[in-house]
Structure formats: C-alpha cells, structure tokens
Ligand binder design. Structure first.
Ligand code: SF4
Length: 319
C-alpha cells in the first residue's frame, strides 16, 4: 500500500509462471552438485555452468573450479562441460589431455548440434545460424561445422551479410532468442533467398518460449514496471527485458533484491516480476519480499503454461 497525496493506493505484483529454472539448467546444476558429491572436490567446470552469478558462487563454495579453457584443467582431472554446449574440438582436446568429462550440455542444445551435422554432412546444406556472436552456445553449435555455417545476428545482417552461393540454405537458431526478432530475421533472409528452408521443429526451446509468453501476458495485463531477475550474461533473461521495453514498459534486469530501486515504483500500481531460466527461485522470492517491504500488498501468479519437462542425468551420475 502506498500513500499518494493522502490517498492509499494498492500495489499489486504479478509473478510470471513459468519462470526460473528450465529442465536444462536444473540438470546442469544437478550434474555439478552430484559430481562433487560422488567424486569430491575439485570438479572443474568449463565456463559458467549456467549464466547466473548466484549459482556459480554456490557451486564454487562447494568445490567447483570454473575455468575458461581446458588448458587450465590438470591432466586426468574431472571436467564438466556447461549447459551451453561445446564444439567437437573441445571434446577432442579433452580426449587428448585424458580428462574425464561429464557433458552437461542441455539436450535441446545437443539437438541443434545434431541438426547442424545432419543438414551439412548428410544433406549438403549451408546453415544460416541466427544467434549472438560470442555467446558460448553459438560458438559450440557453429563449431560443429564452421566452414558451412554463417552467423546472422539481426535483420540488418540478414540483408547485408555475404552468404556463399549455395542451392540449399537452412536456418537454425540459438535456443534462447526472441521469438519475434527471429521471425523478422527469417523474413529478411527470405527476401534474399526465397528457397530458404527452416527445420520442422523450432530451435527456440520450450522454456524460452514459455517465459517470453508469460512476460507478454503480464505486459498485456497492464503492468507499469517489469523486473526480470537474472545475470547480465543471461541471453534468455535479456530477451525478457526487451519484451517489456519494446512495449514501452520500464523494464529492468536485476541480479538480486539489492538492485531494486524504490524510485522505480513511484506511480506504479502493478509490477510484473519474473526470473530467467538460470535464476534460482529463492532469488526471485527475495525480490518479492523486498517489493512487499516497499508497498506491494497483493501477489498474484500470472500462469500461461505448466512445465513438466525433465531431462535424464548422464549414466555415470544416475544413482
Ligand atoms: S533455456 Fe532451453 S536450451 Fe537453454 S538450458 Fe534451458 S531448456 Fe535447455
């Protein structure tokens, strides 16, 4: 409840559902946790296991050692590959250095890797890969066929990037893109290459789609502020912020409750809150508590889907 000019104003909070961990993130975190339990510390992890500071800090405290490259891992040690996946050269290097590997690549990222291999090696396509340069998932996926893949980041690049002459062009995408942006990029590519093909099933994963749909529903229900809880390097969390911003709603990416600024709430009667696919729900709960301290009197879920997906753990970690 807020006092404005002597009038009591209620402030409502809409909590997106689904939000926070997807099945791929949950599996990757469990993999490091179980590896620590079964094999003891240190367990090396190549790159951040998922893009969230809280998760990385918690696992580091448990004995995980995060490295950028395999050269930092002692020969013969146990190393986990992150949920974002790696290219074949990383597997080859691990083998050369006799590292013991547990691969925490999300099965939905692995699906895209297999598509690259099938479309290039078996069916002779050149791949136009829509994604963000420098993202680990993009590096890993393009690493499966670097000579037969062209990266396209946006509509502008779709219009101008030189693309080798090829009779068969297939579009594949990073799993955590904006559904709307991707559609525009594909449309722009199709203006150049009418014969362009897309795979039968979308590469943008179910969790990304569900979290984006939940934020769109909150925006449509008239929120005056959107808070997305996630780390700066989380691609899917960044896309959720964009959804609110594109609709003219003040939208902020926050790492924790400490980032909430009371000034953001001035004049707001409905706040939307969500967490990216790599954000622990406990961090979102703390944000909700903080907002209650700042005047939210009513918390209501905004449910747009139910998620039941669970991915199996690697054999060597199954109890
Ligand atoms: S966001 Fe999608 S692709 Fe990425 S880990 Fe989660 S389920 Fe897998």
């Amino acid at each position: 409840m807020q006092h404005r000019q002597g009038i009591l104003v209620t402030m409502k909070l809409l909590l997106a559902s689904p939000q926070c961990y997807c099945a791929g993130v949950d599996r990757a975190i469990q993999i490091v946790d179980l590896a620590l339990e079964q094999f003891g510390a240190p367990v090396y992890v190549r790159k951040e296991i998922v893009h969230n500071r809280h998760v990385v800090g918690w696992l580091r405290d448990r004995g995980a050692v995060f490295v950028d490259e395999l050269g930092e891992v002692p020969g013969g040690a146990l190393v986990v590959f992150s949920a974002h996946g790696v290219g074949p050269s990383v597997h080859a290097e691990a083998k050369r250095r006799s590292l013991r590997v547990i691969d925490a690549t999300c099965p939905l990222v692995s699906k895209v890797h297999l598509e690259v291999e099938r479309f290039v090696d078996e069916e002779g396509y050149h791949i136009l890969f829509i994604g963000h340069a420098g993202h680990e998932e993009v590096e890993g996926t393009m690493g499966h066929s670097p000579d037969h893949t062209t990266l396209i980041e946006n509509v502008e690049q779709a219009r101008t990037t030189p693309i080798p002459e090829h009779e068969k062009l297939m579009v594949l995408t990073q799993t955590t893109l904006s559904m709307d942006d991707t559609r525009h990029v594909v449309d722009a590519l199709r203006e150049r290459f009418a014969y362009l093909e897309v795979p039968p099933a979308d590469d943008i994963c179910y969790a990304t789609q569900n979290r984006q749909n939940a934020v769109k529903a909150m925006c449509e229900s008239g929120i005056g502020l959107l808070l997305v809880v996630g780390s700066e390097n989380s691609s899917n969390a960044a896309r959720l912020v964009e959804i609110g911003a594109m609709r003219g709603i003040p939208s902020h990416l926050i790492n924790s409750h400490e980032d909430v600024r009371p000034a953001w709430l001035a004049g707001v009667t409905k706040v939307g809150v969500t967490g990216g696919a790599s954000t622990p729900s406990s961090v979102v709960n703390d944000v909700v508590t903080r907002l209650e301290q700042l005047g939210v009197s009513d918390v209501e879920p905004c449910v747009t889907a139910k998620e039941t997906t669970v991915f199996k753990l690697p054999m060597m970690l199954q109890g």
